[in-house]
Design a protein around this ligand. Structure first.
Ligand SMILES: *[C@@H]1O[C@H](CO)[C@@H](O)[C@H](O)[C@H]1NC(C)=O
Ligand SMILES: *[C@@H]1O[C@H](CO)[C@@H](O)[C@H](O)[C@H]1NC(C)=O
Length: 319
């Protein structure tokens, strides 16, 4: 028995760690299972599954010396720097704390199983034999998009600035309309330098309207409708662009061009008058600086044919 214990000790080490190769599933057993496990042992089995997965572990057999509080022999499960439980005993022993069919889940891709045994397995002077345990683990998808406050320090929390999409084994980010995903795959940058509107009517607004618009914008919203049509602009409330009492629109401004001709530069809280641009090509340039907290603007544009306009004008003159 001594030689046997010595060999086991040499093989597993008294306080050793066993690193299982990274796999999608596997089993973990006590040393020598299903033969009785040796005494005076502490081994930690490190289970690793690929990144983007979590570890799920379930015990199929469990027979470890029972004791109050699992003080002598025990199996301890931990993951994400937390202990998920400390177990000993048999399924129906009054002492101890057997795991039953409980499922253990990690947040990250790692789980540790520590098996500790003391110097003897004796009860009332009789040597007892315990078979130990058999557990199976498998990789299950980690939903990176669900919030996982505990795993932040493991670097597992995705940092999608706008939208997060989970898939089996990973995730990807996307951005709200008007923004572009940056090279880091996570942050979103406003991109409105060439927005084109070709429908005969529609709405155009600053990003996030009526929430404050982002800083450092260089936007160009172009309305291009058929030749022979003319574009009308009608601004809606609220209209709010950072301004200054003495200087005309020094911070942020909305410039309106029709056929290349400047129709005005706007800011402040007074919405621009309804504009008949007499043009089928309108550019709205919106520039913002690095600060501010204004809600932006929104307009409804409509088109009318030149011919109808002329007729109306003619009738108008008659009356
Ligand atoms: C050991 O002794 C205690 C108290 O005398 C008794 O309750 C228990 O059943 C005994 N255990 C075994 C395995 O004989
Ligand atoms: C805005 O976009 C239109 C259409 O592409 C283009 O003709 C115009 O030159 C642009 N204006 C600026 C200031 O970039």
């Amino acid at each position: 028995m001594w030689l046997f214990a010595l060999l086991v000790t040499l093989f597993y080490g008294v306080e050793g760690s066993i690193y299982l190769p990274q796999k999608l599933y596997g089993e973990v057993t006590s040393p020598l299972y299903p033969k009785p496990y040796p005494s005076d042992l502490e081994t930690t089995t490190v289970i690793t599954v690929p990144m983007g997965y979590r570890v799920k572990l379930v015990f199929w057999q469990f027979d470890v010396e029972p004791s109050e509080g699992c003080f002598y022999d025990y199996v301890k499960i931990s993951a994400d720097k937390q202990t998920l439980g400390r177990f000993c005993g048999q399924l129906d022993s009054p002492l101890g704390n057997p795991p039953g069919s409980k499922e253990f889940m990690s947040q990250g891709n790692k789980m540790l199983l520590t098996f500790h045994t003391d110097f003897s397995n004796e009860e009332n002077g009789t040597i007892m034999f315990y078979k130990g345990f058999l557990a199976y683990y498998q990789a299950v998808d980690l939903d990176e998009c669900a919030s996982q406050p505990n795993s932040v320090e493991e670097g597992l929390q995705p940092r999608c600035q706008h939208l997060c999409h989970n898939y089996v084994g990973g995730y990807f980010c996307s951005c709200h309309p008007g923004y572009e995903l940056q090279k880091d795959g996570q942050s979103c940058q406003a991109e409105c330098s060439s927005e084109l509107y070709t429908e005969p009517s529609g709405y155009v607004s600053s990003l996030e309207y009526p929430q404050p618009y982002p800083p450092d914008l260089r936007c160009n919203y172009s309305i291009r409708v058929e030749r022979g049509l003319t574009v009308h602009l009608k601004f809606l409330d609220p209209f709010e662009i950072d301004d200054h009492q003495q200087v005309h629109c020094p911070y942020d401004q909305l410039q309106i061009y029709a056929n290349g001709k400047n129709l005005g530069e706007f800011c402040g809280k007074q919405r621009p008058p309804d504009l008949d641009t007499s043009s089928n090509a309108v550019d709205l340039l919106f520039f913002t600086d690095e600060s501010g907290d204004s809600r932006g603007w929104k307009l409804h544009y409509t088109t009318e044919s030149e011919r109808v306009r002329v007729e109306h004008g003619f009738l108008g003159n008659l009356c």
